[in-house]
Design a protein around this ligand. Structure first.
Ligand code: ZN
Ligand code: FE
Ligand code: FE
Ligand code: ZN
Length: 266
């Protein structure tokens, strides 16, 4: 069975369509589960232009997801989740927030290196001012710390730093092994996120180099489209499914109330 565990909605101000449109598309794609995982509120107005605030979470997002879960329960299982951010200094806030809500799972993503929203097309010119190898090192250091912080169930788009096609000059194998050893010992899943295919990187997150390591370490996989428009739900899942067969023993993880189980993709 196929599920899409990474979707957004217009509440984050950079996606189209309401939650229900995503769910309807998931049903049309005959997915068994769809996870609503819009960008989580964060403290201190962190990145507020690209996410809901706390009040919207409580008055809009949470009640809507829970109502839709009930409404569609005989059609497609709706999961209540968020995509959280790893940003040094916010760990305790995120931990408290996540533990006060009955999420099915929490995706942990790195979208910021210091003040730089490195995956935001508005700031793509900053790559020209940076040493790409250092950007990669800093990025993977954050991924490693995001896993060690034990705030999240799933590492989101774990090589997002390649989004705009910038590539390191040296082989990253050793650093990647260190990073995913930490992910493994923290018992966190990693998503296969098909949105990279729709970006200049033109490949799934993570790369096959990383997928080989995940396979070797027996790290569980999840599936996500990172849809920011309803028709992207389940997009390119034929490709993702092949990768799950090749690197995940044909199995993906499912989450309910932050408990992980496993199912076959076909
Ligand atoms: Zn987004
Ligand atoms: Fe993200
Ligand atoms: Fe996302
Ligand atoms: Zn994402």
């Amino acid at each position: 069975m196929l599920v899409d565990y990474h979707t957004h909605s217009q509440l984050c101000k950079h996606a189209d369509g309401g939650l229900e449109e995503y769910i309807i598309h998931a049903a049309k794609m005959q997915l068994k589960e769809i996870g609503c995982s819009d960008h989580s509120p964060m403290p201190n107005e962190f990145d507020l232009p690209h996410r809901m605030d706390l009040q919207q979470f409580h008055t809009s997002y949470k009640p809507e997801v829970l109502a839709l879960r009930e409404k569609y329960k005989n059609t497609v299982a709706v999961k209540f989740a968020v995509e959280g951010d790893f940003f040094p200094g916010t760990e305790q806030w995120v931990k408290d927030f996540n533990s006060h809500e009955e999420f099915d799972y929490v995706i942990g993503s790195v979208h910021y290196l210091g003040e730089w929203g490195f995956d935001n097309p508005v700031f793509v010119h900053k790559y020209e001012e940076r040493n790409i190898d250092e950007v990669y090192n800093q990025y993977y250091d954050h991924i490693k710390r995001s896993a060690a912080a034990k705030l999240f169930d799933i590492i989101g788009h774990c090589d997002l730093v390649k989004k705009f096609g910038h590539r390191p000059s040296k082989d990253m194998e050793e650093i990647l092994r260190e990073v995913f050893k930490v992910v493994k010992s923290a018992d966190i899943a990693v998503e296969i996120n098909t949105s990279g295919l729709r970006k200049p990187a033109k490949e799934v997150y993570p790369s096959e180099q990383i997928l080989k390591i995940l396979h070797e370490y027996r790290i569980p996989l999840t599936l996500g489209s990172d849809a920011h428009t309803p028709t992207d739900v389940g997009r390119d899942f034929d490709i993702a499914q092949q990768l799950v067969e090749k690197y995940g023993g044909g199995k993906i993880s499912l989450f309910t109330k932050r408990q992980r189980t496993e199912t076959r993709v076909s």
